[in-house]
Design a binder for this molecule. Sequence first.
Ligand SMILES: [Zn+2]
Length: 290
Amino acid sequence: MNRINLWFKKRKIKPVPVISAAVLLLVLLIIIINLIIPNEGEPKTLTMKEDNELRTGPAAYYPIIFDVKKGDDFEITDRQDKWFEVKNDNNEKGWIAGWHTNLDIKEDVNPVLKPLKDKVIVLDPGHGGSDQGASSSKNKNVTEKEITLKTAKELKKMLEDEGAKVKMTRDKDEYIKLKDRQEDGDVFISIHNDALDSSGPHGLTVYYHHDSQQDFAKTLHTSINQKSILSDRGVRNENFQVIRQTKMPGVLLELGYISNPTDEDLIVDRKYRHIVESGIVDGLKVYFSN
Ligand SMILES: [Zn+2]
């Protein structure tokens, strides 16, 4: 006779009903605990523990959609690793890194992702030299060739800060034939500012030519639009020589109308150009991350 039976016998207790009752009690306890702590794994809501931003995708290189404040509450709609897709009361959605929230998520210790590292980006500042491109109707000193070169130089600096290698089809005020506006690289971006006789038209247009360039065009278009306040004229297919003659993903950007007084005020403003340029950098990061 084993010791358990002996123990029961000593106390004059019938072992079977007692053990059954104990097992039943244990099962009940487990059920109750599970009801009290629902879905241990996946949280349903989160609260910001500091000011931060919601982004269009689950990584820091995705464009910012809007700012969020410490104490803001959100419903969680999706999760990818340490990033959460949330929505607010207005049904606006965006992604936030878990370590900015009340959830117990450790910040990524991986080195910061640099999707542009060692990518070769060819910038083509439109016009130059004797070809001044479009000019302003209200300010004769403002010419397209000058704005496109400023934009390209500013963009070059920002891209190099991200580890990219930048080639320019021109880096000074000189005339370059269209057929010579080519360099080897990963992507090609031709920079322009539109103009028309009428001062009415305004906004941003992203042109591509080959079907293989369409994804690149759409990605840049989305990112620039997310930041810039230029009106949106969309993504269009056009037979421009500089994008036709390259096999690379290539676009021709018309970054606002120099012939429109409102667009022109933006184009000549260094701070505003920086917003558009950072939209281009965002787009390149998204493009090279996918
Ligand atoms: Zn142009």
